[in-house]
Ligand binder design. Structure first.
Ligand SMILES: [Zn+2]
Length: 160
């Protein structure tokens, strides 16, 4: 299967070349659907940087084919007010507020209940392997965490 990628589901020509640049033959792919928890996420997804879209497409394929579960996006964009509200009970945030990559369309959250924590961590590892945050891997591109709303998978890309 080396170097053979089924690109159905992608707009052929537009992404094909660059996409192959991200993948090794280790993970042959066939693209499968992404589910959106809320309708607004569909529009938000369109605004994501191409690299982040590719990460989600790849992840959807992987969880469908490996574990036979759907990939469900639960969160993309967050306003500053929503960020403040989100951390309203956090003392550290009150003293020194930080911004979230969700505030500029650089992050997505994925539900992990369908796949379970072990599979979620495995998925995060694969994503970090294939789509490093930057050359020096100063941050993780994918992580499993719980920041108050229950454990989920978070993907992020560096600001351009
Ligand atoms: Zn997140």
């Amino acid at each position: 299967m080396s170097g053979q990628y089924n690109l159905s589901g992608l707009k052929k020509g537009k992404y094909e070349d660059t996409f192959n640049g991200y993948l090794s033959a280790k993970y042959p792919v066939m693209f499968l659907p992404i589910l959106f928890d809320e309708e607004r996420l569909i529009t938000e997804f369109e605004r994501l940087p191409t690299k982040l879209k590719k990460m989600v497409w790849f992840a959807a394929t992987h969880v469908n084919s490996e574990w036979n579960v759907p990939l469900v996006l639960t969160h993309i964009f967050r306003t500053k007010n929503e960020q403040n509200e989100f951390y309203s009970g956090d003392k550290k945030y009150q003293e020194n507020p930080w911004s979230s990559p969700h505030q500029d369309y650089r992050a997505v959250d994925i539900r992990l209940t369908d796949m379970g924590i072990k599979a979620a961590k495995e998925l995060a590892e694969i994503i970090n392997d294939l789509f490093p945050y930057d050359e020096d891997r100063t941050r993780n591109a994918a992580l499993v965490h719980d920041v108050g709303l229950g454990a989920h998978i978070h993907f992020q890309v560096k600001r351009d």
